[in-house]
Design a protein around this ligand. Structure first.
Ligand SMILES: C[S@@+](CC[C@H](N)C(=O)[O-])C[C@H]1O[C@@H](n2cnc3c(N)ncnc32)[C@H](O)[C@@H]1O
Length: 384
């Protein structure tokens, strides 16, 4: 916690706003900024603020440097071990000067690192992408969002939908999502399956699924989450519900993994079709934030209706207002879902209010290792 954040927390509520107004008033004054940048005690704060503002202005360039690295498979090349610049130039087919420029940019962003012998190696952030194809897949599909955000004011002004990202997430705004063919659902389903291991790892560390008999994963994609839970809870029966074209891919995954005898697969539209009964735990993983409140409330009511007494609902998704990850919720997901055309990131208390309206008896957050990636909430169905 920074010194000013600590001071903020210790103040009575009315004073907090007055203090902030006084502080931002000072910061807005060019004379004060010049003084603060020179005065030894305020210099570190002034520098940090200047850097934060610069990063905000330049963030889109950093993202495109990362995209270039991903498209050129730079991290895969460096994973084999340190490599000379000449070898990298031949593997990436970039002119040497352009490669040098990219490598220097990527090094400044901690994605790669130049070793003392002059060879290039993975940097700390590039190394974190290894073995995690979901991140590279996310970076690639951001090209659509990048296009949609080119004129952010126009995006805010025009009616929702009709963007590149809404076309990618074909169910968003579709009149009859259950009629979508595989050609419209397979790209997002592959992206979700590629990024699911990071989410499943967080959820499995937060909750013990072995206490349940049967898990129904609603909006469960091609079953990647259920497959991960199946490995951790060998006696658990599995039920998958998703749009027919997506659920079909789940059926194929379960057959491939030898899980067919433990799993049943149900294709349908969760806004209109009944959910299958029989599970004592239902999960909604990265589902609710894709939908507006009315759809979420009706879906939660349907889930509540199929749960027995003592049954539970597990919600896993990134949430708004996550301490230490505030920009991920309201800035990233807020604008991502705006471009997608439906949904919004919700604070835990907003989800809890919807759960209470849907008839759930109680709900609570479980701690996760990386709340930026996902938070986990458990709701108790209570008596039917
Ligand atoms: C963001 S994806 C999450 C997939 C999976 N739970 C995961 O975390 O990897 C949302 C899922 O909800 C499904 N979905 C969206 N609208 C639906 C609807 N009306 N009925 C059934 N499934 C739906 C999509 O097909 C997709 O698989």
């Amino acid at each position: 916690m920074s010194a000013t954040a600590g001071l903020n927390a210790a103040m009575p509520p009315g004073w907090r706003d007055r203090f902030r107004a006084w502080r931002e008033g000072l910061t807005a004054s060019p004379g004060f900024r010049r003084w603060a940048a020179r005065f030894p005690l305020t210099r570190p704060f002034a520098r940090r603020r200047a850097r934060a503002l610069f990063d905000l202005c330049a963030g889109f360039v950093y993202s495109q440097v990362l995209l270039a690295c991903v498209r050129l498979r730079l991290f895969d090349l460096l994973e084999q071990g340190p490599i000379t610049e000449a070898a990298l130039a031949s593997r990436t087919q970039l002119p040497p000067e352009a490669l040098e420029r990219l490598l220097r940019a990527a090094a400044a962003l901690d994605l790669v690192a130049r070793r003392e012998d002059g060879n290039w190696a993975l940097g700390p952030l590039g190394a974190a992408m290894i073995g995690n194809p979901g991140i590279a897949a996310m970076v690639e599909h951001h090209a659509l969002l990048y296009g949609d955000l080119a004129d952010p004011v126009a995006l805010l002004r025009r009616p929702r939908g009709g963007n590149a990202l809404s076309g990618y997430w074909a169910y968003s705004g579709a009149e009859a999502p259950q009629a979508l063919g595989r050609e419209r659902t397979q790209d997002y389903t592959a992206l979700m399956a590629a990024s699911q291991p990071m989410v499943a790892e967080e959820v499995l560390a937060a909750y013990d699924f072995r206490r349940h008999r049967c898990l129904l994963d609603v909006g469960g994609g091609s079953g990647a989450f259920l497959a991960a839970v199946a490995a951790a809870a060998p006696d658990l029966r599995l039920m998958l519900f998703d749009l027919p074209a997506v659920a079909e891919q789940g059926r194929e995954r379960f057959a491939r993994l030898g899980l067919a005898s433990r799993a049943s697969v149900h294709g349908g539209d969760f806004t209109t079709d009944p959910l299958p009964e029989g599970a004592d735990l239902v999960s909604l993983v990265r589902v609710l934030h894709d939908h507006d409140d009315a759809v979420v409330l009706s879906l939660l009511r349907r889930v509540r209706a199929v749960l027995p007494k003592g049954g539970r609902l597990l919600i896993a998704e990134p949430m708004s207002g996550t301490p230490g990850a505030e920009p991920a919720g309201d800035a990233y997901f807020g604008f991502y879902l705006l471009a997608m055309g439906r949904g919004r990131p919700r604070r835990p208390d907003e989800l809890q209010a919807l759960l209470a309206s849907a008839g759930f008896a109680s709900s609570r957050l479980l701690p996760t290792h990386t709340p930026l990636l996902t938070r986990v909430m458990i709701a108790e169905a209570g008596a039917p």
